[in-house]
Each structure stands twice: as structure tokens, then as C-alpha cells.
Design a protein around this ligand. Structure first.
Ligand SMILES: [Zn+2]
Ligand SMILES: [Zn+2]
Length: 311
């Protein structure tokens, strides 16, 4: 599993940072990419990676501001010609998404040659994509903007083959049979499979926010608690707390402060305004804890399973 930033900027694109798009690479887990938001020039950004559009099977749109969706019609149209023919795609997003896409396709005479399913979400919607459960939470922005929390299901641990050999069972197809049953018998003695299994592999949790001002709500904070990765906006970086609140965006110190009692492995601050000079950003980044990052285009973060006992 890996998280890739395709667009890290806020509002306007610059030569260095595109508008908002992220890829959650779950090729190893469920053989697909999950696209989160689709800023303008998304297609061009993808060309700089080895992401295959045909492998994007689910798209999550946080909100309908242009810097998060203007790349969507182009991406959907091109996907058909990039190996996506007949491969279904589902898009989740706020109310209005379906109407916007329908009108856009109608007026431009675009036709897709694969099934497209558009599902409009609301606060507390629950979504399932293979082994991932996704919770939806309404944030605080000028229009409806959502947080998506992707939680991977726990997996069975590995079979303790040493222990099986100790009771005399030699490796072979029988190991698979044992793993798939709850009890097994060997030489007249019956055993519980659970006694021969390693600990369950804990599923990972990725929390991706749409634009929002700080939400100090405890129900929300417990939803994102214990994330492997939190992605949050920080449109304002320079002691502009009041302005951020007024414009329904967030300021960096407020984000850190709001998460001070929240457990996370990594925190990625994105949606950065391009009015800040690079030197200034580098200076800010130096002062951040080592597991907090400022996003830039093509930033990548592998998200391995956490070993047991980690927070
Ligand atoms: Zn935005
Ligand atoms: Zn916005």
C-alpha cells in the first residue's frame, strides 16, 4: 500500500504544484488504484507515474470545488482509450456530482464505453470496497466537503508451521486445510487451529480530508484516531488562524493542535497555497515533527502493516 500525491496545491495551479489529486495504491491488496479528488491536469500528472488509468476502479470526490474536480471529465473520457474499455468504475462524491457529470457528457457528446456508477454520499454514509470499509464524515467548508476514512479489514495471521511440525505434521497441502478450519485432528487427537496461528494482521487506516476548517468535535477526532496516515489541508501556514477560520480553511498550527491527542503514524499537510515561497516552506518543514510532512506533487509514502505493539 502506498499513498501518492498527484496534486498538492490549493485553488490555483503553479508550475510546481497541481490542484488536488491523490492516489491510494492498493494494487497489492485489491488489485486497483483508488483515486481521491481529480484536479485539473490529473491526466498529465498520471503520465509522470506508472499508474494505469484502467486500474482506477473507484474514485472518491471530497467536494465539488473546481480545484478538486475539473480533471474528472477528461480522465473519465480518456480512461476508455487507455485499456479501460468494459472495466466498470464507481465514483463516490457529494450531491450534485451526478448532475454535473451527466450534463458535461451530454453537452460535449462524450460517450463512455464502460459502466460508470455514480454514488452520492452524505454524512455517515458507509461504503465497502472489497476488503476496505470507508466512513464518510461531513466537514466544515463553504460547500459540503467530506472526510473519507479508509479502514482495511484485519487479516488472519500466518500458520505457525514450526508448532505443527512439533506435533509431527509435515508440510504439505494439509497446512492449507488446517488454516481454513477451526479444529483439526491428527493421529486421533483433536486440536484448535487458533493455537497454531500467529496474531491477526491489523488492517490499516487512512483518513483523507476534503477542504475544511478545524473540526474540534470529539466524534470526528475518534473517527480519525489511530490512523496510519492522516491527510489534512493547511491552506494557511503563516499565523493566519483567524483568516483560515473565516474562509473555512485550516492553518498549520491549528491542525497540529487539534490532533495533539490523536494517534497517527504519519500526518500529511496538503492543499498548500502557491503564494508561499519554497524557502519558506522548507523552513516550516524543518520545524515539523519527523512524521509530519508538507505535501508536494509526486510525494510518496509507503504504508506498511504496523508490527504488533505499535500505537
Ligand atoms: Zn480546494
Ligand atoms: Zn474547497
Amino acid at each position: 500500500m502506498q499513498f501518492t500525491v498527484l496534486g498538492s496545491g490549493a485553488g490555483l495551479p503553479s508550475k510546481k504544484s497541481n490542484t488536488q489529486s491523490y492516489i491510494l495504491d492498493v494494487i497489492d491488496e485489491i488489485n486497483q488504484y483508488i483515486l481521491i479528488d481529480a484536479g485539473e491536469a490529473l491526466q498529465h500528472q498520471i503520465l509522470h507515474t506508472n499508474i494505469k488509468p484502467s486500474k482506477v476502479k473507484n474514485i472518491f470526490i471530497t467536494h465539488l470545488h473546481g480545484d478538486h474536480i475539473y480533471g474528472l471529465p477528461g480522465f473519465l473520457s480518456s480512461r476508455a482509450h487507455q485499456g479501460g474499455e468494459n472495466l466498470p468504475l464507481t465514483i463516490y462524491g457529494p450531491k450534485g456530482l451526478k448532475e454535473w457529470l451527466t450534463v458535461t457528457f451530454e453537452i460535449s457528446g462524450s460517450r463512455l464505453n464502460y459502466p460508470l456508477n455514480i454514488i452520492e454520499v452524505e454524512h455517515n454514509s458507509q461504503i465497502k470496497v472489497e476488503s476496505f470499509n470507508i466512513s464518510v464524515y461531513l466537514l466544515e467548508h463553504t460547500i459540503d466537503s467530506y472526510l473519507y476514512v479508509f479502514t482495511e479489514e484485519d487479516k488472519k495471521g500466518a500458520l505457525n508451521t514450526n508448532k505443527l511440525q512439533e506435533i509431527g505434521i509435515k508440510p504439505g497441502p494439509i497446512y492449507a486445510d488446517i488454516k481454513n478450519s477451526s479444529v483439526f485432528e491428527y493421529e486421533g487427537i483433536s486440536y484448535n487451529t487458533a493455537d497454531f496461528m500467529g496474531p491477526d494482521i491489523k488492517g490499516r487506516k487512512i483518513s483523507v480530508h476534503g477542504d475544511t476548517r478545524i473540526v474540534p468535535d470529539s466524534e470526528y477526532l475518534s473517527l480519525v484516531d489511530n490512523s496510519d496516515l492522516i491527510v489534512h489541508e493547511a491552506t494557511y501556514l503563516d499565523n493566519e488562524n483567524e483568516k483560515a477560520h473565516q474562509y473555512f480553511h485550516s492553518e498549520i498550527s491549528d491542525v497540529l493542535n487539534n490532533f495533539r491527542d490523536t494517534r497517527y503514524n504519519h500526518l500529511l499537510l496538503s492543499h498548500l497555497s502557491n503564494r508561499y515561497e519554497e524557502v519558506f516552506l522548507a523552513d516550516i518543514e524543518k520545524k515539523l515533527p519527523s512524521n509530519v510532512y508538507l505535501a508536494h506533487d509526486f510525494f510518496q509514502l509507503p504504508i506498511p502493516h504496523r508490527s504488533r505493539g505499535n500505537k
